[in-house]
Design a protein around this ligand. Sequence first.
Ligand code: NAD
Length: 485
Amino acid sequence: MVSRVIPVETFDLVIFGGTGDLARRKILPGLFRRFRSGQMPAGSRVIGAARSELDSDGYRQMIFEAIAEFGGDEVHDKKSLDAFLKVLEYVTIDAKGDGGWSELADLVRQDVVQAFYFSVAPSLFGDLAERLHTYGISNDKSRIVVEKPFGRDLASAQALNKTLATHFDESQIYRIDHYLGKETVQNLMAVRFGNVLFEPLWNNQYVDHIQITVAETVSVGGRGAYYDKSGAMRDMVQNHLMQLLCLIAMEPPSHFDADAVRDEKLKVIRALQSVAPHHIVRGQYDADENGPSFREDVENPRSFTESFIAMRCHIANWRWAGVPFYLRTGKRMSARSSEIAVVFKELGHSIFGDEEGNEGRNILAIRLQPNEGMDLQVTIKEPGPGGMRLINVPLDMTFADALGDGAEDVADAYERLIMDVIRGNQTLFMRGDEVEAAWAWTDPLIEGWEARNDVPKLYDPGSAGPGDAMSLLRRDGREWREIKG
Ligand code: NAD
């Protein structure tokens, strides 16, 4: 097997919002790891640009502290850290005014790969794009990276796409969804399309149903004001769960390149049927001894926003006709766990009769967190004497175990995606039409429950969500998988 590693060219990466939470927690610690493993070519620079009044030395100190707090053990590699801090620069900038832009123009080079990471509120995207253009900083090869939320409905997403399109071509725009940067998510494509075993079974003839769970234990925390206007549907389903659904359900692309993959994902979103109200369960976490209720957290005693949602979806095409896709996501749940489970049908006929243990099904579980990896439940004979007793066991491929030392190098989603931006590889980024199609599916569902004045069901913190979410599957004779942390 030939392994193809695309080299990274020397780059200038400008991080607008370089002093913000995301930059300090994820982007800079991730870049340091890439630097340490030799993936940042000599001469490359990372330029923080934000409102705070700092000079480059002040910024280096801030990032040193951020890496000490949010980085891993690599922080003890003092020599590499010192070298990394030297590649950092900082410019104080006002996205809405003229301050700092000429300085930035002097700093950013035109003869290297340019990437501009918009790690700021989406309301500033237009201002940044325009000034990059006006000050002659960007060129027709520059790349821009934009963060979620990409709009809050179809109209706002279309407006954002239009704003960015004024100055940048779609091939220059990288809409980031860090779920797509996870090792397992890419492995899902490798497993599906790199083996002869799975693809023949990947359809309504053999698959009973698919479950996608993204459970968090955290509350909305300090993001209450934002979250109350958003909710689990906008914050998680429209982007992350939808992307996972696309990858699991899409047809094989003709080859593994950005547009071929994204064309197939788009077809899945467009084939998603609308969801009937009785197939949607919305919930809000209650208070307990560990924390306040959702309504207290968002400081809105009449909030109808959901911190949990479960739904049963259908994809109207030949491959998936009749196969339910159950999605659920929520905050303050029993464990932090993200998983996709492909539950296969029962055997048509068992030669083992009603032997104990013979009720197992094949399940392919793809774990995004914790312990990224996959396992395949298979039925085998229980070892030892006493006749033909069957048991269901996992063929476990936890990456950390299966790949040994290599697993240490498993890059965090952000660092992998940033390196993809530098390489110019858009495969793991959402295209504008995908985002719009996802909103076009989401909007009527939200409008529906708003029109019905639907009140989310309360659920106990530390649980698997409201009881109605259990009934959603039980009615179909199925069960959710246990949420394991
Ligand atoms: P933050 O509030 O911590 O930081 C905002 C940054 O923007 C700061 O560096 C600030 O100086 C800069 N800024 C604000 N107004 C500016 C202006 N007028 N001119 C120049 N700079 C200005 O925000 P954050 O949490 O880092 O989030 C950044 C973006 O990433 C947001 O769009 C957010 O929704 C998104 N995001 C964040 C996270 C996360 O974990 N923090 C996760 C996903 C997406």
